[in-house]
Design a protein. Structure first.
Length: 271
């Protein structure tokens, strides 16, 4: 049964994501200025990043003034409706700065603490991914119309293609490299795309068999996690836990659990 509220939230998320994506794509200045820094000089916040979040929060507030927000660039309000928007206006900032195509706008809506809508717009790839809880995951792109997403049949772990990401803090990144070095002999290969949201959507689309990363925030994975799960993937954190800053793991059934176990054995969640 279709929930009218969820359909409304999806329409708003799609419009917000596409408008923010167009702003970022078309408004990117040649001499992209840096507005501030985050945890290290490598991890930058751009003026366009902040502008995209303002566009999204402004649009949502106009349509649903009583909803709450959690955004990467500082939007944080409680709201009174039971709905909260979790927004990463530009996931893959370094890719964006360098002109690489793998960056995205991620917009998720939670109802009473559970993600019910997820939208990821990847403008330079010409792709939009979306999901509503219980209604499957879908994408539009170079192909005609929308297509329903389904993750790949699970291969043996040694034939699995797995993506990951690295922290911007040097000593954390060094430990992550040690974990990756242990994993590589156990897998087909490892990829590093630079956008958690896109990696999770690529898992949903059958382009990856697994994904893991340490140090993510809720806005990094909220939309992509729902899209991956609605496409048949399993997601979590450390064994028995939900995705968190300690660890986020996703994979096709059959890859998820052995990958999660290896990451736990290798101490992927701590230095």
């Amino acid at each position: 049964m279709t929930d009218p509220l969820h359909s409304e939230l999806l329409e708003i998320a799609l419009e917000a994501g596409r408008r923010a994506g167009a702003l970022l794509r078309d408004g990117r200045p040649a001499d992209l200025a840096v507005a501030a820094t985050k945890s290290s000089p490598i991890d930058v916040v751009t003026e366009m990043d902040i502008a995209a979040e303002k566009l999204i929060t402004g649009l949502v507030a106009e349509r649903r003034p009583h909803d709450g927000f959690l955004g990467e660039e500082g939007a944080a309000t409680e709201g009174t409706s039971g709905v909260r928007w979790v927004v990463d206006p530009l996931d893959g900032t370094v890719n964006y700065l360098y002109g690489l195509p793998t960056w995205a706008v991620s917009v998720a809506a939670e109802q009473d603490g559970e993600t019910v809508v997820g939208v990821v717009v990847a403008p330079m790839r010409g792709e939009t991914f979306h999901a509503v809880r219980g209604r499957g995951a879908w994408a539009s792109g170079a192909w005609a119309g929308e297509r329903r997403l389904a993750c790949r049949p699970a291969p043996p772990l040694d034939q699995a293609l797995v993506s990951t990401g690295f922290n911007y803090v040097a000593h954390v990144r060094a430990h992550q490299a040690e974990v990756a070095a242990k994993l590589i002999p156990r897998l087909r290969d490892i990829r590093r795309g630079g956008s958690a949201a896109v990696d999770l959507c690529d898992l949903a689309a059958g382009r990856l068999d697994g994904y893991y990363e340490r140090g993510l925030n809720a806005w990094d994975w909220a939309a992509g996690d729902l899209i991956a799960r609605e496409a048949g993937a399993l997601t979590g954190g450390r064994p028995g836990r939900r995705p968190s800053g300690d660890l986020t793991v996703a994979g096709t059934p059959g890859v998820f659990e052995p990958l999660q176990r290896l990451l736990e054995d290798y101490g992927a969640w701590h230095d």
